[in-house]
Design a protein around this ligand. Structure first.
Ligand code: ADP
Ligand code: ZN
Length: 615
């Protein structure tokens, strides 16, 4: 949905030109919503604010106008890696683009400035601090500027995680360069950030384009760990993502190292990434992730910002994220290219307990803690729910999805629920009778009536809940406790021993006034059956197609290596997949493949046709 503006922009005569540029330069057939309108807004000299999810297609919103308006477009971007990627991709498409940042030698920087003054640059990427230097501003005043694009505009928000003080000064652009249209872009959805961007960047007159934040190509899958999360991850990768690039998130550095080397020992190409490593190691692992095919990065949340790799096929969480915002942002790094991707998570009782403890024990002030706590509760709610996860996710961001999505685990394999009222009452009264200070393992032992020295020492073999739970296994009881904690009927102690306490919310259940439906955990047999229905996501059914796919990928990698650019800058996976499906036999047919513009056709056409003919 894009919000219609009060003053409608007349259908611009340039829209045909825009379409021509889209086809000849970028090799795409048509604009996505709302690219076309954003472009005519800028081309006609007006400002725009664009909120689109990751992978929505923000770049074309300013790149196409940059080619249609006279002069150089100045793009403000917060990260060197993003600039490098964009400039490499544009150069491949035959667009005259460059960046100015600290990674350039003095000589290279002079060359970029020369091109700027010659009028031989269509786009110039700059970090905000460089743009705001008086010398730069003076230079820019002396050349023709087609537009200003402010990428990652949420960096202006002081409340966000990515706050960059220099972004605040970008409001000066309106005064210094009146008449030059400005466009701000972000993938951050919330209302407050949007208001801050408008206010701080002086965009009150800008036309606002707000897209749906749904990422339909991402399949959300959240499972309760059956014991070994590592093995579950490995099975998931082998089954769905052999040879694919992916990101695995863990909570601690130690765990990152452990999982990365374990995956490597199992034959997966996996590298660690966390703040405890040297800057050099980190940069090298990140570069390998970008430049090679099918590498897995195991990381703490420190990894991600500035990762523009379009063909990340899966994001896996081995721990529960702290909030839905974090979950959405991290999973959003999968499938930027629009092809099917998986967001997979496995979590267990211990996650819930650890996070609850971390939050109660934190030094933060009360109001802050309360907010954090609500966020964690919302995240837990998402994990434990039995209806469509996408509806809940979008609902959290105030967006309505009218039908269940059909592309999340609860839609695909609806979980069974059971009336757990009686079991919950037993569990809750066991907590009560033992004095609200014991952890799950002990409580389960009491419920099962275990002959145990500790239980006898406390005299708990005498209480009424001793041995009243033998109809469930220990595993089942753990799942019940997990869900009771997740739903806020039980609380975890602040002292950090994992002792459970009753909350007010559990009273109606204890008094028998509320029926409690819990999720039945999938038995191994059920899991196997459901697994069979899913296939490897990027695989073709015909072996000949798979062979061609691999051959095309190899050629792409070779061409990328020769030029020192990431493979996706040569062609995206979507373009290679279309080649496999359509088998173009001539340059004209190859030109019809999405992502094959004039420059790439000329540079790579014959090479790829050669591979296709050999297939
Ligand atoms: P964002 O910056 O919003 O995350 P990008 O601009 O990187 O997204 O675009 C995401 C992907 O979608 C890229 O692979 C891009 O080439 C592709 N894309 C963008 N617009 C179109 C379009 N009109 N038709 C086909 N593919 C497109
Ligand atoms: Zn769904």
């Amino acid at each position: 949905m894009s919000i219609p503006s009060a003053t409608p922009v007349a259908t611009s005569p340039t829209s045909q030109e825009a379409l021509d540029v889209l086809r000849s330069v970028f090799g795409y057939e048509s604009f996505r919503e709302p690219q076309g309108e954003v472009i005519s807004t800028l081309v006609s000299g007006h400002d725009a604010l664009v909120l689109m999810p990751t992978g929505g297609g923000k770049s074309l919103c300013y790149q196409v106008p940059a080619l249609l308006r006279p002069g150089t477009a100045v793009v403000v971007s917060p990260l060197i890696s993003l600039m490098q990627d964009q400039v490499a991709a544009l150069t491949q498409a035959g667009v005259r683009a460059a960046f100015l940042n600290s990674s350039l030698s003095a000589q290279d920087a002079r060359e970029v400035l020369r091109r700027l003054h010659d009028g031989s640059l269509d786009l110039l990427y700059l970090a905000p601090e460089r743009l705001l230097q008086p010398a730069t501003l003076e230079r820019l005043a002396g050349v023709e500027i087609s537009l200003f694009a402010i990428d990652e505009a949420h960096c202006v928000s002081q409340w966000g995680h990515d706050f960059r003080p220099e972004y605040l000064q970008l409001s000066a652009l309106a005064e210094r360069f009146p008449g030059v249209p400005r466009i701000a872009l972000t993938a951050t959805a919330d209302e407050r950030t949007r208001r801050e961007i408008i206010e701080r960047l002086g965009l009150t007159a800008a036309r606002c384009f707000i897209s749906s934040f749904d990422r339909p190509n991402i399949r959300y899958m959240i499972r309760q760990s059956g014991g070994s999360v590592r093995n579950e991850l490995l099975a998931f990768i082998r089954e769905h993502h052999a040879g694919d690039a992916g990101i695995v998130y863990c909570l601690s550095r130690k765990r990152v190292d452990e999982v990365a080397s374990w995956l490597a020992a199992q034959g997966c190409e996996a590298l660690p990434y966390h703040a405890g490593m040297s800057a050099g190691e980190r940069a090298s692992n990140q570069a390998r992730f970008l430049n090679e095919e099918g590498l897995i990065i195991v990381a703490t949340i420190a990894f991600g910002m500035g990762i523009d790799k379009p063909n990340v096929r899966f994001v896996a969480h081995l721990n529960l994220p702290k909030s839905i915002e974090a979950y959405y942002q991290e999973t959003g790094r999968a499938g930027r290219d629009g092809l099917p991707a998986n967001a997979w998570m496995s979590y267990g009782l211990q996650d819930v307990i650890t996070l609850r403890q971390m939050m109660s024990a934190s030094e933060a002030e009360e109001t802050h803690k309360r907010v954090e706590r609500h966020k964690l509760d919302a995240m837990l709610g998402l994990c434990e729910m039995t209806t469509c996860r996408r509806q809940a996710l979008l609902g959290y961001f105030s967006e309505t999805l009218s039908e269940p999505c059909g592309n999340c685990d609860t839609c695909l394999w609806p979980p069974q629920v059971w009336d757990a009222t009686e079991a919950a009452r037993k569990a809750l009264s066991c907590v009560h009778r033992t004095g609200q200070r014991f952890g799950v393992t002990y409580l389960v032992d009491v419920l099962l009536g275990k002959d145990d020295e500790r239980i006898r020492r406390f005299g708990h073999e005498q209480i009424s809940t001793f041995g009243i739970g033998t109809e469930h296994s220990a595993t089942e009881w753990r799942a019940i406790f997990r869900q009771l904690i997740a739903r806020g009927l039980l609380d975890v102690d602040v002292e950090g021993h994992g002792g459970l306490r009753l909350t007010d919310a559990c009273r109606p259940v204890l008094r028998g006034e509320q029926t409690l439906w819990l999720r039945r955990e999938a038995t191994p047999a059920r899991r196997k059956a459901s697994r069979r229905t899913a296939r490897r996501d990027t695989a073709f059914t015909d072996p000949a197609d798979n062979a061609l796919w691999e051959a095309l990928r190899e050629t792409r990698l070779r061409l990328a290596r020769e030029q020192g650019v990431p493979p996706y800058v040569v062609f995206h996976d979507a373009s290679l997949a279309a080649m496999v499906e359509q088998r173009p036999g001539s340059m004209a047919e190859l030109a019809d493949i999405p992502g094959v513009g004039a420059a790439k056709l000329e540079a790579y056409g014959e090479t790829f046709l050669g591979v296709l003919r050999g297939a």
